[in-house]
Design a protein around this ligand. Structure first.
Ligand code: IMP
Ligand code: MG
Length: 181
């Protein structure tokens, strides 16, 4: 990964750990949604890697849709706003919706998405997050599926970016001291 050598500090979740955990999550979702199938709502762009891998581990009928939220830095401070910049294409009313997120930090992004989707009256609404960093939580929402709980450090890889780069790393790594969001 020479293209990332200048930013990676430590690999904290390996490719093997990720694929093992994604298989477990897929099996769990397969059991939980056996009767209904599942409609995955992925939050762009960080969730692309978990979505692509998870999809193929789910063995019930699956449909997929995407939404995007305006990007704001976790350190942007008070007054920051969360805004929908790409809406879903399909109606979620009456459907078994599972939101797929890359990482939950403050919970602000997720609470905004949950509020929007709940108003559209899905049959059920659950959340999967690949990473959970619970230390700065401002809004606490139930999360049905968590890939990994991580320490209080900024991470890149497996969909997660640092200044829009490094989403292609196949593992999760911390960044060198001094760099962050
Ligand atoms: P929250 O609204 O504070 O929970 O922030 C969640 C969003 O911030 C995620 O969907 C990510 O896009 C981004 N984010 C938070 N922490 C990190 C990180 O460590 N690396 C990359 N992106 C992050
Ligand atoms: Mg991001």
């Amino acid at each position: 990964m020479t293209f990332a050598a200048d930013v990676i500090d430590k690999v904290v979740i390996s490719e093997d750990q990720i694929s093992h955990r994604v298989r477990e999550l897929g099996a769990q979702i397969t059991r939980d949604y056996r009767e209904t199938g599942v409609h995955l709502v992925a939050v762009l762009k960080g969730s692309i890697a978990i979505l692509a891998d998870l999809l193929r581990e789910i063995q019930v009928p699956v449909t997929v849709d995407f939404l995007a939220i305006s990007g704001y830095a976790p350190s942007a401070g008070p007054g920051r706003t969360v805004r929908l910049i790409k809406d879903l294409e399909q109606d979620v009313r009456g459907r078994p919706v599972l939101i797929v997120e890359d990482i939950i930090d403050t919970g602000l992004t997720l609470s905004y998405i949950v509020r929007i989707l709940r108003a559209r009256q899905p049959a059920s609404l659950n959340v999967l997050t690949f990473l959970d960093r619970p230390y700065r939580r401002l809004v606490d929402l139930p999360i049905a599926y968590v890939g990994f709980v991580i320490p209080d450090q900024f991470v890149i890889g497996f969909g997660l970016d640092y200044q829009e780069r490094y989403r292609n790393l196949p593992f999760i790594a911390t960044v060198k001291p001094g760099l962050s969001d």
